[in-house]
Write a protein that binds this ligand. Structure first.
Ligand code: 13P
Ligand code: SF4
Length: 314
């Protein structure tokens, strides 16, 4: 087996030779983040994909993210190093299910989280990510009913923040975030009484955390997208943080503020799909041009509309 440094050097040389750009999500393994040209959250990666100059994108993330890159850059080849890197949240709302839901509420505006397939996006009016969901929903005329999917916890967060009563939520969830319960938060609070909490809006505890934060007058200071967490820590460089999101974020947080201590709210918060991407698979991807993710043109043309609306509002 090639040693780690040799492997990284090989990847970087091949990346140059093949005119490739490596994009990585905040949940990727530290060694993948370190070799990437850009590391970010779903919104940042969508924005970056549109600006990439290279002809090849190696997407270190999950399938729907590579599809988003393919939608935004149809002239580029997009590779996902492991074709099994899916997303339980994206799987929780399928094309036929959304089609049937829309038929029941024909006047509704359809807002879907970016964690959805290109086919689901092609049926949507707006896309959102965890960093812009409130802003996007707020931009929809208040009298218009909204169908929001697939993440019910993010949806509940958006409904509460916007004060909208005419928003219907799809009962989907991410298996990693849904497992965080209010008792996990309580336990972490007693173990780290001085720490600040950073919670992703996909977490199962998000409603109770919002209520508690609102009661303490800390409404704006607890719930963040992955990139929002990094920005907050960079700005504040506090002493201790308890973090409720996938463990890959710790690498970025530690880089943002090396002197701070970061504690996971639960050590179980690992996304098995994100962790399928390894340096060996990135090398294989570059060497053999696999596994290409290409969205068919008829779906792409429709799916790009909600993504562009989202990016223009963000
Ligand atoms: P972010 O948009 O905050 O990066 O979240 C993406 C994701 O998959 C969360 O599980
Ligand atoms: Fe999907 Fe959850 Fe993994 Fe994010 S953490 S990619 S939402 S399964």
């Amino acid at each position: 087996m090639t040693d780690k440094r040799e492997l990284t050097e090989k990847i970087l040389a091949l990346k140059k030779q093949k005119d490739a750009c490596i994009l990585a999500h905040n949940y990727q393994l530290p060694e993948i983040q370190d070799m990437a040209d850009f590391v970010g959250d779903s919104l940042g990666l969508s924005q970056k994909a549109g600006d990439v100059k290279q002809s090849l994108i190696v997407f270190c993330g999950v399938h729907f993210m590579a599809e988003t890159a393919s939608i935004l850059c149809p002239d580029k080849k997009v590779l996902l190093p492991d074709p099994e890197a899916g997303c339980s949240l994206s799987d929780s709302l399928q094309f036929d299910q959304l089609k049937a839901w829309k038929e029941r509420y024909p006047d509704a505006v359809v807002v879907t989280y970016v964690n959805t397939s290109a086919a689901v996006k092609s049926l949507s009016d707006y896309c959102v990510t965890s960093s812009n969901a409130v802003k996007v929903v707020d931009s929809i005329p208040p009298e218009k009913p909204v169908l929001f999917g697939p993440d019910m916890f993010l949806g509940a967060f958006v409904a509460r923040k916007t004060g909208r009563k005419n928003i219907r939520l799809w009962a989907g969830e991410c298996h990693v975030h849904a497992a965080v319960s209010p008792s996990d938060i309580e336990n972490a609070r007693s173990a780290h009484p001085g720490a600040r909490f950073l919670i992703h809006p996909e977490c199962g505890c998000v409603t109770s955390c919002m209520i508690e934060a609102a009661e303490k007058g800390e409404d704006e200071k607890t719930i963040f997208s992955t990139e929002g967490m990094v920005r907050e820590v960079e700005k504040e460089m506090g002493k201790e943080y308890v973090v409720a999101t996938e463990t890959g974020i710790f690498h970025r947080l530690k880089k943002a503020s090396p002197a701070s201590e970061f504690y996971p709210v639960s050590r179980e918060m690992e996304c098995r799909y994100m962790k399928l991407i390894t340096p060996e698979k990135v090398l294989n991807s570059l060497e053999n041009g696999v596994y290409e993710v290409k969205v068919p043109e008829d779906i792409r043309k429709k799916a790009i509309v909600p993504i562009e609306r989202m990016v223009s509002i963000s």
